[in-house]
Design a protein around this ligand. Structure first.
Ligand SMILES: Cc1cc2nc3c(=O)[nH]c(=O)nc-3n(C[C@H](O)[C@H](O)[C@H](O)COP(=O)(O)O)c2cc1C
Length: 336
């Protein structure tokens, strides 16, 4: 009851009490939000009963390990609790389902690469973890291979930007190693102009961009984002992407801004790559307090909702890439 009252107080704290009430009472809105809540409670990745939930958990966990493997200055022995979780998830999946979908094989590849790196460096892991790693790699022999991290020069990274779309698209990756210098605003302007080709629902163009160059502001934003201090501090600029809520109806349309912003972000990532700007999208999965803080920091109108960040920068002459394996299209497409 307390929690419901809190939610209610929050909902009505925006000085639009009567309007909020009316909107909540609209027939279309309330059932939609209840349906959303029901789906969150039932299907979120926080549970690990189904194959899909287990595989999604694996990818989320292995991704942070593969990022650690690609760091220039590695902290050997990093991520051991996560590795323990990964190994036990793989065993649980195999005991329950027994097959080898690509996400499981990719997870095993990351475990093998982590194992190889530490053995090569002569760094001992905790004994029980090492035993469980040896055990799972033996159990799954033939189902994993090592190829998650790639060392690359800036010149090779950008060599496909004028080639066919297939080559161009395959050559874009998230870069987590900026040299700390600013990307000139003139180049950012070219990328922003190009990204305007992105489609949007009814051509509403509700996405907004805040391009932050100020070092102290960037540090505060990265602190708020809370995950990526190891590289995002070096971004110049850090982009904050939002959607203007005043463009969207209160019922079925309400989440349209997030879809449009996602499409815009992809177009902008390609536009940045085309103009030889290194970039990485960053999540903005923020609680209410952080949402309020970011609005204050950047003077973002209350009518906008922040959706994601993009860290931009100039890449170093040489850097490591995380290759982030993809599922096969046939694993996700259904023809009817
Ligand atoms: C919405 C979104 C949020 C992301 N957030 C983060 C993040 O917080 N930290 C990070 O290192 N990578 C983040 N990424 C980058 C993904 O890890 C990366 O896009 C994915 O592994 C595929 O790799 P690629 O971009 O090199 O093709 C994010 C990507 C997207 C699309």
């Amino acid at each position: 009851m307390n929690r419901i009252r809190k939610i209610w107080n929050y909902l009505t704290s925006y000085g639009q009490n009567k309007r909020t009430l009316r909107i909540l009472e609209e027939r279309t809105t309330t059932p939609l939000y209840l349906r959303h809540l029901h789906k969150v409670l039932k299907y979120s990745v926080n549970h690990k009963q189904s194959a899909e939930q287990m595989l999604s958990q694996m990818v989320i966990s292995y991704h942070s390990i593969e990022k650690g493997l690609a760091m220039n200055e590695k902290r050997y022995g990093f991520g051991q609790p996560k590795m323990r979780k990964l190994v036990s998830l793989c065993n649980l999946y195999l005991d329950t389902y027994g097959d080898y979908p690509s996400r499981l094989e990719d997870t095993l590849g990351v475990i093998a690469e982590y194992d190889q790196l530490h053995k090569e460096q002569g760094v001992s892991l905790r004994e029980d973890l090492q035993l469980s790693i040896d055990d799972i790699l033996q159990r799954t022999e033939g189902h994993w291979h090592l190829s998650h991290t790639r060392h690359i020069t800036k010149q090779v990274y950008f060599e496909n930007i004028q080639k066919s779309f297939a080559q161009f698209s395959a050559s874009r990756h998230s870069i987590r190693d900026f040299d700390g210098t600013e990307v000139p605003k003139a180049i950012m302007d070219k990328a922003f102009d190009l990204a305007q080709n992105a489609p949007s629902a009814c051509n509403r163009q509700a996405t907004r961009v805040y391009a932050v160059y100020d070092k102290q502001l960037i540090e505060k934003l990265v602190d708020l984002q809370n995950h990526e201090r190891s590289f995002a501090d070096n971004a110049r600029p850090l982009l904050v992407i939002s959607t203007e809520l005043q463009s969207w109806g209160s019922g079925e349309e309400w989440f349209g801004g997030y879809v449009d912003a996602g499409i815009y972000i992809m177009n902008l990532l390609y536009a940045l790559h085309y103009h030889q700007v290194a970039a990485i999208p960053l999540n903005w999965y923020a609680d209410v307090e952080s949402q309020q803080q970011i609005h204050g920091l950047l003077n973002i109108p209350a009518s906008q909702e922040v959706v994601a960040f993009i860290a931009c920068g100039n890449p170093k002459e040489e850097f490591n890439l995380v290759t982030s394996k993809r599922r096969k299209a046939k694993e996700i497409v259904t023809y009817l």
